[in-house]
Structures are given as C-alpha cells and as structure tokens.
Write a protein of this length. Structure first.
Length: 295
C-alpha cells in the first residue's frame, strides 16, 4: 500500500470527523521535532489494553490511514451493536482498551508527501542529508534524519556498528538510529506512554509496509505466549511468521517491547499496494478486532 497522499492534514481532518463520538477519546502522545501534536486515540474502557502504532516512517502514511479506517469501523460497528469475528462490540468496548498512535512521524510523512518548505528551520541541513535533492518521496526518517524504527533501546549498540560499516555517520533519509536510544521526541513520548501503562498493556502491534510478514524476534527473549499469539496472527492474515536472523537487533519497537516490557509485540509488515487497499484492509481486520482478546 504505497499511498503517498495520506499526510498529517488528512489525519487531522479524520480526527475532526470522529472527535465528537462519545466512544472515542482523542488526546496527544507528545509533539514531533517540528512541533506537530502526535494524536493518541483510545477505543474502549476495559482494564486490559493493547497498542497499535502506524506512520513510523515517512514513506508509511498509508499505515496511518489503515488505523484511522479501523477506528472509524470500530465506532460504526459499536453503534450498530454488532458482533465482529465472534466478539460482541459492547463486550469489546467494556472489557478492552485499544490505544492507537496512527502517525508517530508526522514530520517525516510531510517531507515524503509534500517536500520540505522554505520555512523549515532545518532546511539546509536536511537538504544536505538528502543529497541536495528536493525530491523527498523516499524519506523515511523524522524531521532531522533519524529513523524512528531504529531509535529504541534493543540491540542499539550493535546497530550503531552496522551503521558505521554502511557509511552512515549522521542524519540520513533512512538508516540512522540517532545519537542514543529514545533521542527523538517521538520515540521518547511513545516509550514514556508504554512504561506508564505497562501493567495494563497486554500487547503491541507496529504496522509497517513490507512483504506480508510478521516479525516477532528479539534475540533470546521470545516466550511461548509470544510465539503462540504470532501463529494465530499468521492464520488471521495469511502473513508468514518470520524470525529474521539478520534483523534481530535494529532497535525496533516490537523488539523493545518484548525486552523491556515482557509483552507480546509484533511488527506487521503489510504486503499491500495502493490499488489493493480494500483487500489489504480486509486481510488485517480480524487481527485489528481480535488482538485485544487473544493476548
């Protein structure tokens, strides 16, 4: 799903459309480098909670659209008092909480879709990172060139060694993990949230674009429950449950959650293209509705 049109402005428009719904609570996780508020949605009011995160890389605005479409359907199904995948919506609302961070990286997504404006205070620095090119369609990092998907404290030092070997010594369109773990306000805000709610959280899903796989590896920190839930998600989606031996220490959110919080966490590499979006969303619906009840 390579949707290069769903940016921060469209996210805010959808939030305005649902903010008056009594079944959703909208707040702010924190602010981005350029001061944009990072929206946080809460669906349901149960004691047990899960978290879904999208829009982590600049090229992944489509995953933010995916989570907002899920939020809209959740509210519609709840209003209809429907039963979805064997779960009555009234039960799901009363007994589970689903937190959504649709767009963790609003600045990077704005770069990738709209380019970098003349008013940007880091314009010259960012242009150097991008090889002086005004074409930012491949920009995956945040506003100052840090890849948020690598900015978590899970194998961080090994990742820095890999960067040196690959000639990455500072901010870049992709691949630079930052000066230290949680150096970026976006990842720091997310980790604060996760630590605060660690007792209530039962699982985390990070949605990224990719080849239709589920990553859940973190060195020796896998548990039987994590693998069991992973196999269920694989059946729901048709995605392959992967143990990427070469990617276990890249500072990912799911690795960090397994290591730091001892909670099942998965990176959902959504293998979808823009013209197949409806089908792709259908493949993920069962996971989105069922995950709170299977972890």
């Amino acid at each position: 799903m390579k949707d290069h049109t769903f940016d921060y402005e469209k996210l805010c428009q959808l939030l305005q459309e649902i903010e008056k719904e009594p079944a959703v609570q909208i707040s702010t996780l924190g602010r981005s480098i350029l001061g944009k508020e990072i929206p946080l949605l809460q669906l349901g009011k149960g004691k047990q909670a899960v978290l879904y995160v999208g829009g982590m890389r600049g090229t992944e605005g489509a995953t933010a659209k995916l989570l907002m479409d899920f939020a809209a359907e959740y509210l519609q199904q709840l209003a209809r008092n429907a039963t979805v995948f064997e779960y009555p919506m009234q039960y799901l609302f009363a007994e589970r909480r689903i937190y959504l961070v649709p767009m963790l990286n609003p600045d990077g997504i704005s770069y990738a879709i709209n380019g970098i404006g003349q008013e940007n205070p880091m314009r010259e620095r960012v242009l150097r990172m991008n090889g002086q090119s005004e074409d930012f369609c491949a920009w995956g990092a945040n506003a100052r060139g840090v890849d948020l998907g690598r900015n978590f404290d899970a194998g961080f030092e090994k990742n820095k060694q890999n960067e040196i070997q690959n000639g990455i010594n500072g901010g870049a369109p992709t691949g630079f993990s930052g000066e230290y773990p949680e150096s970026e306000p976006e990842t720091a805000a997310l980790c604060r949230f996760l630590r605060f709610y660690r007792e209530e959280l039962r699982g985390v899903l990070s949605f990224q674009l990719g080849g239709g796989e589920i990553f859940c590896d973190c060195d020796d920190n896998l548990t039987a429950k994590t693998m069991s839930v992973g196999r269920v998600l694989s059946r729901f989606t048709g995605y392959r449950l992967a143990r990427p031996e070469q990617l276990t220490s890249i500072g990912s959110l799911s690795d960090w959650c397994i290591r730091e919080l001892a909670r099942p966490a998965f990176t959902m590499k959504c293998g979808i293209e823009a013209e197949k979006y409806d089908l792709a969303y259908e493949h993920l619906r069962k996971t989105l509705f069922s995950f709170p009840c299977i972890v």
